[in-house]
Design a protein around this ligand. Structure first.
Ligand code: FAD
Ligand code: N01
Length: 528
């Protein structure tokens, strides 16, 4: 008999809810977490300025009405300490820590056929057996470490946004470099710019950022709490896992110029990622996309005083929203400060890190501090870091040309192994807490179904998986996603196969597919 019914890997939003849900259903579940405490993303990414870019009212659990009523988000977009405090509160309230092993990394998983169970080996060499494994390992949890030559020679301090020190870092009077201008980079840059001695930003690809319009939300939240369930229900059926109001019809449907301009204006000024739902076909229609992109470019020009710097900050090489958009709070204005410099690494490539700074394009820049905000091996990285095998087959080999899953939940040949927000599910293209809840609830219902029917094994059949892989690719082919060299496509990691990692069909559509599959007796899965 296995040690546990279910082993859950990871104690972020996904792992915590999965543990609670399975306990509620009477399963013996245990969590193994590499970090020293709960929180996942919100434990590791403690860099200055870190906050969510999906509104807090939606970026939170819906499963516990009492929790929903008692917790008060202070801001429209909560900062990292508040989100971490929320997850700690959840862990305390639901008494979750008693079933979590911290500072423990799963390094391998091996499936045993006759016994229908997984053996997990941890970094200390200990083993745990479990009938089922839920990989709640995170989509953005495996950092990308670009190999800048000479990094070890640097005499100053090096910080990574995804593993920031727990003690406060003092940047006063320091000469600081930041490499990377994705969401982590721009949040860090904006937060530290007022305090640094000087700041030099090394940018490879400019980002499309829209304003957050962050604000205190006490009154809005109190009002929402009178009908929170309606909001949650709407979220589950929306495109992105959070309602964005009425979107405009497809671009070509009788839209006059004034209506287009006022819609873009309204969405931009309202703030946040709902901007990318200005038109229903913004990610499909090149003309609609170009119109929205041009709008954002013009707003960048309005904000940055030096036209040459504004031009460098202006994204032109890829469609808007084809790469993850950023949400900012005064990012572009930072470049109006006299002590801030922008280095375009396409013009001045980073050659090496030296003892005193960074050599780029033949120029030596001296720094006291280098901050790396270079991103993640997204969606597949944390899974590939575990040696997952069933007999002679490894998941790494199976996915060597790109992930192959059924619904982003399981992969054929690897029975009893589930992934929460895995590749080929809506995942990172959505409010992830909505998508996490959907997966946790679906997995939990499937495990209950197996138990009720005296079954011990579930696995997708190959034909269903092939069909889903094709559906995912076809859906991506209908969009502009492939025109951007982004982490959505695996393009940020040298050598990683290019494949659309998330399912672009939308949260509501996906939820209906999942519901249908469960209702029809788990169509496409073999249950034994
Ligand atoms: P994670 O929070 O990544 O947790 C996974 C955990 O698994 C980690 O603690 C990790 O240590 C552990 N783990 C991984 N591998 C192993 C192993 N082999 N053994 C043991 N433990 C392991 N999404 C949104 O929808 N909205 C946002 O505003 C938003 N903001 C973000 C901001 C930042 C800075 C980042 C990096 C991501 C953000 N995301 C956002 C995405 C975010 O990752 C998810 O919303 C969510 O927090 C993921 O929760 P999770 O539990 O699935 O994964
Ligand atoms: O990572 P990124 P991130 N030389 O991959 C650059 C979520 N998130 O951590 O674009 C020079 O976006 C790289 O350049 P390029 C959100 O989903 C949300 O910032 O590849 N530069 C890029 O500029 C987000 O999308 C929030 O050309 C190099 C940057 O580093 C995801 O997490 C906050 C380089 C990496 O940007 C990842 O965001 C934070 C090199 N060798 C994260 N290698 C919220 O706001 C990489 N770069 C909620």
């Amino acid at each position: 008999m296995p040690d546990r019914d279910v082993l859950i890997i990871g104690a972020g939003f996904s792992g915590l809810y999965q543990l609670h849900k399975l306990r509620e259903l009477g399963f013996d579940a245990h969590v193994v977490e590499a970090g020293p405490q709960v929180g996942g993303t919100w434990y590791w990414n403690r860099y200055p300025g870190a906050r969510c870019d999906i509104e807090s009212i939606g970026y939170s659990y819906s499963f516990d009405p009492e929790l929903q009523q008692e917790w008060n988000w202070t801001e429209r977009y909560a900062a990292q300490p508040e989100i971490l405090a929320y997850l700690e509160h959840v862990a305390d309230k639901l008494n979750l820590r008693t079933d979590i092993s911290f500072d423990t990394r799963v390094v391998s998983l091996d499936f045993d056929d006759p016994q229908d169970m997984w053996t997990a080996t941890t970094d200390s060499g200990a083993t745990i057996t479990a009938r089922y494994v839920v990989a709640a390992t995170g989509c953005l949890s495996k950092p990308l470490l670009p190999e800048f030559p000479g990094l070890d020679d640097f005499a100053g301090d090096v910080y990574w946004t995804w593993d920031w020190p727990t003690d406060e870092v003092d940047f006063a009077d320091k000469r600081v470099a930041v490499i990377g201008t994705g969401s982590s980079g721009i949040q860090t840059i904006t937060a530290i710019a007022p305090t640094v001695g000087s700041l030099t930003v090394f940018q490879r690809t400019p980002t499309y950022a829209v304003p957050a319009q962050n604000r205190l939300i006490a009154e809005e939240l109190a009002e929402l709490k009178t009908h929170y369930d309606d909001f949650r229900a709407e979220s589950r059926l929306s495109v992105g896992g959070i309602p964005c109001g009425d979107e405009l019809p497809p671009f070509f449907d009788d839209l006059d110029d004034g209506r287009i301009r006022s819609e873009l204006h309204m969405r931009y000024d309202d703030g946040g990622l709902c901007f990318q739902q200005s038109f229903r076909d913004l990610l499909q229609n090149e003309e609609a996309n170009a119109r929205a992109a041009e709008y954002v470019r013009n707003r960048i020009k309005d904000k940055v005083h030096d036209p040459a710097v504004a031009e460098k900050l202006t994204p032109r090489s890829y469609p808007i929203a084809a790469k993850r958009m950023c949400v900012d709070t005064g990012y572009y204005e930072v470049y109006n400060q006299p002590n801030v410099t922008l280095v375009d690494v396409n013009e001045q490539p980073i050659e090496r890190i030296t003892e005193h700074g960074i050599r780029a394009g033949g120029t030596d820049h001296e720094f006291d501090v280098i901050i790396l905000a270079t991103g993640f091996d997204a969606m597949t990285g944390a899974l590939a870091a575990i040696d997952i095998r069933h007999g002679a087959q490894t998941l790494r080999d199976k996915w060597s040309d790109g992930p192959r899953t059924y619904l982003g939940l399981m992969s054929a040949g690897f029975p009893n192994l589930f992934t929460v927000t895995g590749p080929q599910s809506p995942s990172v293209l959505s409010n992830m807490v909505t998508s996490i809840e959907t997966h946790v609830e679906w997995i939990s219902a499937a495990l209950s179904h197996l138990r009720e029917h005296g079954l011990t094994r579930i696995e997708p059949d190959v034909a269903a998986e092939d069909n889903w892989v094709n559906t995912t690719n076809d859906a991506a082919d209908m969009t502009l996603l492939k025109q951007a060299p982004s982490w959505y496509m695996g393009a940020n990691v040298p050598g990683k196969p290019r494949a659309a990692l998330p399912f672009v069909g939308g949260v509501g559509t996906y939820q209906q597919i999942l519901d249908g599959i469960a209702v029809t007796g788990y169509h496409g899965f073999e249950l034994v």
